[in-house]
Design a protein around this ligand. Structure first.
Ligand code: C2E
Ligand code: MG
Ligand code: MG
Ligand code: MG
Length: 277
């Protein structure tokens, strides 16, 4: 009886595993196809100066609408792409589309603020990363100072020395760098000192508890103090409420991004708020 039960459980477990594997393979193929067809979209989320409420940047975020599966969440397809290496062509696609968007805004007489593009550790570790970025800037006519690249501290720490060398190369090209999801990666202060970073992006998980949670407040204050003493700007991610804005202003945080200021949206939705030349 018990043995039969165990066998049934094992079979059900096996069937579920098989189904999950099939699903993953289907999604991988669909994603590969979408990249080949240049069919991924880039949405933009505003970043604002907390003191003046002025628009100071956008973050470019990849979106995938699959004809069969509908909108697929980045939390599903980004880890998949990280796993199978598709993140390399995906990242290049997003950078190319963001650079092209900046140029078409400028051609239409707008002066968009800097657009930040996420870069995965797998891209950063490729020997041809810098030349790929160069080629995309050349091909689109985008200037290095019009973009920023975002890397996560955990991605750098995995194999720090070559990654840090590439970060210096990026800065030498005249491209700004920010450290994404800051606070989640256990990076040591001695590393931080060696990273040629312009901006620390405090992870949303520490903004969540503001203004009431004493631990979150202490962490945010510590990051702000660190930023000040190292001469690195600090941006708060995932700001959703006026109370969070108020707390961050009082603590002297420079800039912020989050649903309170604007959700990620297609480029055309932002045209109305862009400064003109
Ligand atoms: P991230 O780089 O930390 O991007 C910020 C994420 O927070 C975005 O999620 C954004 O939509 C979300 N967000 C912004 N404001 C708020 C808020 O007020 N509340 C909440 N709850 N969420 C907010 P999204 O677009 O789903 O992307 C998730 C992650 O996927 C990104 O986190 C990034 O790590 C990755 N990702 C997205 N696009 C790309 C890409 O082109 N390349 C790479 N390598 N990663 C990407
Ligand atoms: Mg990011
Ligand atoms: Mg991230
Ligand atoms: Mg982040």
């Amino acid at each position: 009886q018990a043995k039969q039960q165990g066998r049934n459980n094992a079979q059900r477990y096996h069937a579920r595993q098989t189904e999950q594997t099939r699903h993953r393979v289907r999604m991988e193929n669909a994603l590969r196809h979408a990249i080949e067809q240049d069919a991924l979209d880039v949405w933009y989320q505003p970043q604002v100066d907390l003191a003046t409420s002025q628009l100071v940047g956008f973050e470019a975020l990849c979106r995938w609408h699959d004809p069969k599966h509908g909108m697929v969440a980045p939390s599903e397809f980004i880890p998949l792409a990280e796993h199978n290496g598709l993140i390399v062509p995906l990242g290049a696609l997003v950078l190319r589309k963001a650079c092209a968007q900046i140029c078409s805004w400028r051609a239409a007489g707008y002066r968009p603020p800097r657009v930040a593009v996420n870069v995965s550790g797998r891209q950063l570790r490729r020997l041809d990363f810098l030349s790929t970025v160069c080629a995309i800037l050349d091909e689109t006519g985008c200037r290095p100072e019009w973009i920023e690249l975002e890397v996560t501290e955990s991605d750098i720490l995995k194999d720090a020395e070559p990654a840090i060398a590439t970060l210096h190369g990026i800065r030498e090209m005249g491209i700004a760098l920010s450290l994404d999801d800051f606070g989640t990666g256990f990076s040591s202060l001695s590393y931080l000192k060696r990273l040629p970073i312009n901006t620390l992006k405090i992870d949303r998980s520490f903004i969540d508890g503001l203004p009431d949670d004493g631990n979150d407040r202490a962490i945010v204050q510590a990051v702000l103090a660190m930023g000040r003493s190292l001469g690195i700007a600090v941006l708060a991610e995932g700001v959703e409420t006026p109370a969070q804005v108020h707390a961050l202003r009082l603590m002297g945080c420079g800039s912020a991004q989050g649903y309170h200021f604007g959700r990620p949206a297609v480029a055309a939705d932002h045209t109305g708020v862009l400064p003109q030349a």
